[in-house]
Design a protein around this ligand. Structure first.
Ligand code: ADP
Ligand code: GLC
Length: 473
C-alpha cells in the first residue's frame, strides 16, 4: 500500500510531545512490514541541518490566497522513512513550533502544500494518514477533490486523534481565504459558529482512530468530548483505538546512545549506575538505596500536576528523591523551583525541554509518576516499562490500557494504578510502590514483568494496515 503520513511534528525533525514520537516512528514501522510509506512535515527553524537533507523540490508553486506561494521541499530519511519537509519560511521559521495567533493559517497552508506536493509527484497514495487538528484541512480537501479530480478518486483518509483538547478553532469568515468556499467544505468546519479544524477532520475523514481503546470510549462522553462527543458518537462505527508503540531504535536501554550505561532485563546493574549518574547530574547526595520518583512532562493541567503538588511532600517525608523535567504553565514551574530551593538535598528540577535528560531519567529513576486527568495514550509509561522504571498512573486513556496494577499475591502486573482524581488515592499507590521497593525480589519481578512486554511499533503498524484496508473496502 502507498501511504502518506502527514503530521505537524515528527522526530527527529521536530517535537513538542508524543505526536512527534508517533509520526516519526509509524512510517518507518509501516515500511518495515513492507509498505510504501512516506512522511510529510513542515521544515521549522528548529529542524536543524544535522539530518542530511537534500533539496527535493527547489520551487513548489502552491496556490494560496489568490496567488502563488513559492515553497521549497527538502528530503531526508533521518527517521528511517522517506520524508518531505515543506519549507515556507514566513510560516515556519519562528521561535516556537506552535503558539501563534495565525496557527490555523500556518497549518492550512501546510496541508495544501502537502497535497500539492503529492499531486505533482508520483501515483496517488492509497491512504493519506492525518494527525490531529493541524491536518483536518487535508481531510476536507481530499473529500472534496475526490469528486473533481481522477487522481484522488481512490485515495482514502484516516484521521488520528492524539488529543481532542486542541481543536484549531478560528473565525469561519477566514475559510474562503484558504480555498474552502463550497457548502460541503464550510459545513465540515462549522462548530458552534466558528471553524474547527479538528471537527473538519472528524467529520470528513473516511476512518477515525485514536491512540488507545479507552480514550476512544472516553472521548465519546460529555466530560471528555470537548464539545465534539456527539460527532464521535455519530461516527463511532468508523472509530478505532490503536495503542502507540515504542520506537526501540530510540528508546531501548540496551542501545540508548544518551545513556552512560547500558542494561537489559538479564542484567540490571547498568540501571543502578545510571541512577548514580542521574543523582550526580542534579548534584544530589548519592544514596543508591533511596528510591527516585520522577516525572517528565509538559506542565499542563492535562497531566494532573496538581496531584503531584499535593503528594510530593509525603514522598519527600519518606526520604525518597523527587526529580522533575518539564516546562509549561508558569505556576507549576515556580512551584517546582521553590520545592527545589526548600529541599535541595532530595529534589532535582530541570525547567525546560531536554531530550537527553529525559532518557537519563527514564533509566536512572525507580518510579515514574503519571497522574493524568486524561491521557489519550501516553508514551512515558511505556518507556518506563521498557527501562525497568515502575509507572504509578491514573487509570485513564492509554494509561488504563498499558499499566496493570501489581498484585502482590500472584506477582502479576507491571505498575500501580488508581482511579479517582484524588491525592489520597494516588498516595495509597505510592506507599504500595514503596513497600514493593523495600523487597528486592518483588521489585525485580515487577521490573521484569514490564521489561518483558512487547510494545513494538510493528504490532501497532499491523493494526493500522488493517484499518487502512477497512478504509479501502
Ligand atoms: P504528550 O504528547 O501529551 O506530551 P506523551 O507521553 O505521549 O505526552 O509524550 C511526551 C513525549 O515528550 C515523551 O517522549 C516525553 O519524553 C517528551 N517530553 C515531554 N516533556 C519533555 C521535556 N521537558 N524534555 C524532554 N522530553 C519531554
Ligand atoms: C497526545 C497525547 C498523548 C499521546 C500523544 C501521542 O499528545 O496527549 O497521550 O501519547 O498524543 O499519540
Amino acid at each position: 500500500m502507498r501511504i502518506a503520513v502527514i503530521s505537524a511534528e515528527a522526530v527527529p525533525y521536530s517535537k513538542t510531545g508524543g505526536l512527534g514520537d508517533v509520526a516519526g516512528a509509524l512510517p518507518k514501522a509501516l515500511r518495515q512490514i513492507g509498505h510504501d510509506a512516506f512522511l510529510i512535515t513542515p521544515c521549522y527553524w528548529q529542524t536543524k541541518g544535522e539530518h542530511l537533507w537534500r533539496t527535493a523540490v527547489d520551487y513548489l508553486p502552491v496556490e494560496w490566497r489568490g496567488g502563488i506561494y513559492p515553497a521549497k521541499v527538502f528530503y531526508s530519511e533521518a527517521n528511517g522513512s522517506p520524508t518531505f519537509l515543506i519549507d515556507a519560511p514566513s510560516y515556519f521559521h519562528r521561535d516556537s513550533i506552535y503558539g501563534y495567533r495565525e496557527d490555523h493559517e500556518r497549518f492550512a497552508f501546510f496541508n495544501h502544500a502537502a497535497l500539492t506536493l503529492i499531486r505533482r509527484f508520483g501515483p496517488a497514495p492509497d491512504i493519506v494518514h492525518l494527525n490531529d487538528w493541524h491536518t483536518g484541512f487535508a481531510a476536507v480537501e481530499i473529500a472534496h477533490l475526490r469528486y473533481w479530480e481522477n487522481y484522488w478518486r481512490n485515495t482514502r483518509t484516516v484521521f488520528s486523534i492524539h488529543n481532542l483538547a486542541y481543536q484549531g478553532v478560528f473565525d469561519a469568515g477566514e475559510l474562503w481565504k484558504f480555498g474552502f468556499s463550497s457548502d460541503f467544505e464550510r459545513n465540515a468546519f462549522l462548530s458552534n459558529g466558528a471553524a474547527s479544524a479538528m471537527k473538519a477532520g472528524l467529520s470528513t475523514a473516511d476512518m477515525l482512530s485514536t491512540v488507545s481503546r479507552t480514550y476512544g470510549y472516553e472521548m465519546q462522553t460529555h466530560e471528555n468530548g470537548y464539545g465534539l462527543d456527539w460527532l464521535l458518537r455519530q461516527r463511532s462505527n468508523k472509530l478505532f483505538g490503536i495503542v502507540n508503540g515504542v520506537d526501540f531504535d530510540v528508546w531501548n536501554p540496551e542501545t540508548d546512545t544518551e545513556l552512560p550505561h547500558h542494561y537489559s532485563k538479564f542484567d540490571l546493574s547498568g540501571k543502578r549506575e545510571n541512577k548514580r549518574a542521574l543523582l550526580d547530574r542534579f548534584s544530589l547526595p548519592i544514596d543508591l538505596d533511596r528510591p527516585i520518583f520522577a516525572s517528565v512532562t509538559r506542565l499542563t493541567s492535562q497531566k494532573g500536576i496538581e496531584l503531584i503538588q499535593e503528594v510530593v511532600w509525603d514522598i519527600l517525608a519518606t526520604g525518597a528523591y523527587f526529580i522533575s523535567l518539564g516546562s509549561g504553565d508558569k505556576s507549576y514551574e515556580n512551584f517546582f523551583q521553590k520545592l527545589r530551593d526548600t529541599v535541595p538535598n532530595q529534589v532535582g528540577i530541570y525547567t525546560g525541554y531536554n531530550e537527553s535528560l529525559a532518557h537519563l531519567i527514564e533509566a536512572g529513576a525507580d518510579m515514574f509518576l503519571m497522574p493524568s486527568r486524561f491521557e489519550p495514550c501516553g508514551l512515558n509509561q511505556m518507556y518506563s516499562l521498557r527501562y525497568g522504571t515502575i509507572p504509578i498512573v491514573r487509570a485513564v486513556g492509554g494509561l488504563e490500557d498499558t499499566v496493570h496494577d501489581f498484585n502482590a499475591l500472584d506477582g502479576s502486573g507491571n505498575g500501580f494504578k488508581f482511579k479517582e482524581f484524588r491525592a489520597d488515592k494516588f498516595l495509597e499507590k505510592i506507599y504500595e510502590a514503596l513497600f514493593a521497593y523495600a523487597e528486592p525480589e518483588t521489585w525485580r519481578k515487577l521490573q521484569l514483568n514490564g521489561m518483558s512486554e512487547d510494545h513494538s511499533w510493528e504490532n501497532a503498524a499491523r493494526k493500522y494496515i488493517q484499518l487502512y484496508q477497512l478504509a479501502r473496502s
